[in-house]
Design a protein around this ligand. Structure first.
Ligand SMILES: *[C@@H]1O[C@H](CO)[C@@H](O)[C@H](O)[C@H]1NC(C)=O
Ligand SMILES: *[C@@H]1O[C@H](CO)[C@@H](O)[C@H](O)[C@H]1NC(C)=O
Length: 188
């Protein structure tokens, strides 16, 4: 009698354990990094040029929200971009991807933008991989602006790093600018 009872309780206990484990594994559970193909983390450097074309017949940067008032800092302005990324500074240079997203004027007392964008690469093995940037770009007031790389896809899964930006050229007539990006990123 006692042994039957023990077996009964053991059975109930093991069912309970299994169902609790099952529920936990259904949502989140530890995973061996090899199972998702993660090897040794590496550091890569990328250099390319970002073409912010706001003037002319085929702009790639388009204002979608005007500034909230006539402030000299354009506070509140939002510009959507689909800007070409090229290997060299000339627009005829080889295209390695696009910068897609927006920049928003986010400071009232100075020129400073919130940058939210993905670099969608098409070059070589990086074709189809993206890096995501979210950061502050204080216009032209610093020679080197720095923004965080907050993630990525495909070859850039688990990416983190930073981008350094300098102005290569600026046309005051059209407001078109070519910016040099140097991106330092940890990824697998
Ligand atoms: C307009 O912008 C200026 C900065 O140039 C700021 O001082 C002022 O508070 C802004 N006004 C409104 C109503 O947002
Ligand atoms: C990138 O990949 C896409 C989809 O696989 C392909 O159509 C395209 O030709 C590739 N581009 C380059 C430049 O290799």
């Amino acid at each position: 009698m006692a042994s039957k009872l023990i077996i009964f309780f053991l059975t109930v206990a093991s069912f309970t354990t299994i169902s609790v484990l099952g529920e936990e594994q259904g949502f989140g559970s530890p995973l061996d990094r090899k199972l998702v193909g993660l090897k040794k983390e590496k550091l890569s450097h990328f250099r390319f040029y970002f073409h912010d074309i706001v003037g002319g017949q085929n702009p790639t940067a388009v204002q979608v929200v005007p500034p909230s008032n006539k402030s000299a800092t354009l506070f509140g302005q939002i510009t959507m971009i689909d800007n070409p990324l090229t290997l060299g500074p000339k627009s005829s240079s080889k295209t390695v991807g696009k910068a897609q997203g927006f920049y928003a004027s986010a400071a009232q007392q100075e020129i400073a933008f919130l940058m939210v964008m993905n670099f969608a690469f098409i070059e070589g093995k990086y074709n189809g991989s993206t890096l995501s940037i979210l950061g502050r770009n204080n216009g032209g007031s610093s020679r080197v602006r720095e923004m965080p790389v907050i993630g990525g896809t495909r070859l850039f899964r688990f990416a983190r790093g930073y981008a350094e930006v300098t102005t290569h050229s600026y046309d005051p007539k059209t407001n078109d600018a070519v910016l040099e990006y140097n991106v330092y990123v940890f990824h697998y």
